[in-house]
Write a protein that binds this ligand. Structure first.
Ligand SMILES: Cc1ncc(COP(=O)(O)OP(=O)(O)O)c(N)n1
Ligand SMILES: Cc1nc(C(=O)O)sc1CCOP(=O)(O)O
Ligand SMILES: [Mg+2]
Length: 218
């Protein structure tokens, strides 16, 4: 595996850059392993600037990936940022193209929520699937229908051996059950970005994950 997929911070579109950087720094200090810049309403230029700042802040302490935009990932690399990969949706550039453009070492994630989408999965092209929504969430009003933890588990079994990262309305109480259902990791926006103390929120998610991983190893 190219990155520890266990705990993703997906950034909140509504955060101003200074707060986004603060939240990312605290989240990684609390145990986040992947930071995904999700800035859907920002211009390409602003996304590149944010990635350059995030890269300088993280200095490799967590993987830094970009939502939707392979072009932005490449432009940020060109500007000197360490960009580890992208997370793509079903409507975005194909993961095959992303893999070709970003290289074999890049982390390429792809969204999937129905088993019919797996038939189109190019073997060896994606490193993980982002699977949701686990619960309904107002963070992404156009999210796919909620799967619940059991639905997530059924999907993860069908997708095996591709690692599945759970997303959508996830809080600390979901982490253990999702790990037990076969999640390779969890991804959150509001559980960290809307917390008064993002570091404490990330620490709580991290310790639930570590406890569940320990329990499954017994
Ligand atoms: C880890 C992870 N999983 C799923 C998504 C959702 O991606 P997508 O379906 O492309 O939707 P948007 O985030 O682009 O609105 C994700 N971002 N991260
Ligand atoms: C970005 C995203 N993708 C989803 C999917 O189901 O594919 S749900 C989602 C938003 C997750 O935010 P929160 O942790 O605040 O619920
Ligand atoms: Mg997308």
């Amino acid at each position: 595996m190219k990155a520890d997929l266990s705990l993703h911070l997906v950034t909140d579109d509504r955060l101003p850059l200074a707060r986004l950087l603060e939240v990312a720094e605290q989240a990684v200090a609390g145990g986040v392993t992947v930071v995904q810049l999700r800035a859907k309403s920002a211009s390409a230029r602003d996304q590149v600037a944010a990635l350059v700042s995030l890269s300088a802040l993280l200095r490799g302490s967590a993987a830094l990936i970009v939502n939707d935009r392979v072009d932005v990932a490449l432009a940020a690399r060109d500007a000197g940022a360490q960009i580890d990969g992208v997370h793509l949706g079903q409507q975005d550039v194909s993961p095959v193209t992303a893999r070709r453009l970003l290289g074999s070492g890049a982390l390429v994630g792809w969204s999937a929520s129905r088993t019919s989408e797996l038939t189109a999965l190019p073997a060896g092209t994606v490193d993980y699937l982002g699977v949701g929504a686990v619960h309904p969430t107002s963070t992404k009003p156009d999210h796919p229908p909620a799967l619940g933890v059991n639905g997530f588990g059924a999907f993860a079994s069908a997708a095996s051996p591709v690692p599945c990262v759970a997303i959508g309305g996830i809080g600390t109480a979901d982490v253990g059950p999702l790990r037990a259902a076969g999640a390779a990791g969890v991804a959150v926006v509001s559980a960290i970005c809307s917390a008064d103390d993002p570091r404490a929120a990330a620490t709580a998610l991290r310790s639930r994950w570590d406890a569940a991983a320990l329990a499954s190893a017994r």
